[in-house]
Ligand binder design. Structure first.
Ligand SMILES: [Zn+2]
Length: 289
């Protein structure tokens, strides 16, 4: 056998071995073939991460109570649903550290919790198209936009990319109406659910109301309730609305009641109502506005 043929044979055997590894993974995971395909195509199979340690329900509850402001608004049955959804969702996601960052369980749980938060009112809560989350240690360069960005949601490859310090900052400052994780997930929600899953009707209804506010912002976006970035285009307007919906729901309902009501309809949840039902001494209403 010539050396070239020998090399060809070795490569062939390796290809068989590699594909059986992938098939084995597929069997373990059930139906996530697309996910495996994407990982295989990008040669990242060895770099993905999932939750390492299994937490008890009590430990998970303690983590979420400490970390996720939205979780603290839920009653006991809702918080149980939240935890169950989170564990299920995380079985369908892969996390990849980029530019030397090490993905921790805490990051996986935190980002997964934001995903559960955004879709908490929906029956389909899994963001089926977005199965990979890439985590960066800081802002990163986007070839697509030819500039540095904090986050990016790419439908084509089903990946959400985020700078981790900015995700953390968004969660830690829970009322400043800036939350990178929620912002990117709002884009993901639009792309996955509204644009590609025949749910555009609901989004069209929302757009009717939104355009009136958006046009007002085009004239003058200074001193407006929604932050200025919303005036960029209707997609950024949507993502900024989602950030405000979760970070300043009471104020949103007061300032833009019609748009707030459309947000509730499209996301099938009402964060201001969750705050309304809390006892005053438990959670200051002023604080969340
Ligand atoms: Zn955006």
């Amino acid at each position: 056998m010539s050396p070239i043929k020998r090399i060809g044979a070795v490569l062939f055997i390796y290809a068989i071995y590699y594909s059986t590894r992938i098939v084995r993974k597929q069997i373990n995971l059930g139906n996530f073939r697309l996910n495996q395909y994407v990982l295989q195509r990008n040669g990242e199979l060895r770099n993905y991460k999932r939750l390492n340690n299994k937490l008890s329900s009590k430990e998970l509850d303690a983590f979420l109570t400490d970390k996720i402001p939205f979780y603290r608004l839920l009653d006991s049955s809702e918080s149980m649903l939240f935890r169950n959804r989170l564990l299920l969702l995380l079985r369908t996601k892969w996390f990849v550290g980029r530019q030397g960052i090490n993905v921790s369980d805490e990051m996986i749980l935190t980002f997964g919790a934001l995903m559960v938060q955004v879709t908490f009112g929906l029956n389909n809560f899994l963001f089926p198209h977005f199965q990979r989350i890439a985590i960066f240690p800081d802002i990163f360069y986007s070839k697509l936009f030819e500039r540095y960005v904090k986050g990016l949601t790419v439908y084509h490859t089903g990946i959400i990319l985020v700078s981790w310090p900015h995700v953390e900052h968004g969660i830690d400052n829970e009322h400043d109406k800036i939350n990178l994780g929620l912002h990117e997930l709002a884009h993901a929600l639009y792309l996955d659910y509204f644009e590609h899953r025949n749910m555009l009707n609901g989004f069209d209804r929302w757009t009717n109301k939104a355009l009136r506010v958006f046009e007002k912002m085009q004239l003058n976006s200074k001193d407006f309730f929604l932050r200025e970035y919303a005036a960029t285009n209707i997609h950024e307007f949507w993502a900024v609305c989602v950030e405000h919906f979760f970070e300043a729901p009471i104020e949103f309902r007061e300032q833009l009641p019609e748009l707030y009501s459309e947000m509730c309809k499209i996301l099938k949840q009402d964060v201001a109502a969750l705050i309304d039902r809390l006892p005053n001494d438990y959670y200051s209403k002023a604080k969340i506005a």
